[in-house]
Design a binder for this molecule. Sequence first.
Ligand SMILES: [Zn+2]
Length: 252
Amino acid sequence: MRGTEVMRVVAPGLASLVLTALVVVGGASDRLAAADGDTGADPAESTAGQARSLPAAQPAVPQPFYRARVDPVGPEVAARMTASWRPGCPVPLEDLRYLTVEHLDGAGGIVVGELVVHADVADGLVGVFAALFEARYPIRSMRLVDDFGADDNASMAADNTSAFNCRAITGGTAWSEHAYGRAIDVNPVENPYVLGRHVAPPEGRAFASRPDVPAVIHADDEVVRAFAAAGWRWGGDWSGPIDYQHFSVSGR
Ligand SMILES: [Zn+2]
């Protein structure tokens, strides 16, 4: 199985250093390359007579760093997804990816979260969560929705951030963007779905007024900007319902 691992050193005031490792498990070779693709073998550079210095693989001073992995949905993950995916869903498992990303938990810790998303948005989301890590944006929980029986209400009530779920839109029969793995709900208690007086999850009622406290997403803040940079749009910009937890590629 082939996966991609990204490590980003986050050093305030300095440019981030990004390393991408293509890991071939059971293959003949592992390769480590700078993410900018510079192999140091550019002949145009060598004629200048100056060797370009590559960033060191290890920082001299340990810093908080961000790691993420993108993997295919392997047998273990597929076995966990029996509630969120079934034959007849609009996207086959082969077109989904299993992401593990480091994030701040809001209690001072750095933990590894997991997400299932569409393959064509996986790398972009790795960058989004790098930006959220750098911004020290806390995420309370990031587990597969299958850990909640693929019950969106249970996942929201647990303040769980999740993406893929082969389900219909809220209050309708069409596939949700979540069924394509191209939507994500972030900290749903602090960022509830609001339709008139209806707030989901009910645990998020105190946050419907959008207080300025951690994890609450506001227009044009670092969370909205991080997603926008990857081409994702925010449900907080909708006029009704307003879905403060929801980001999607399509804007739906
Ligand atoms: Zn959503």
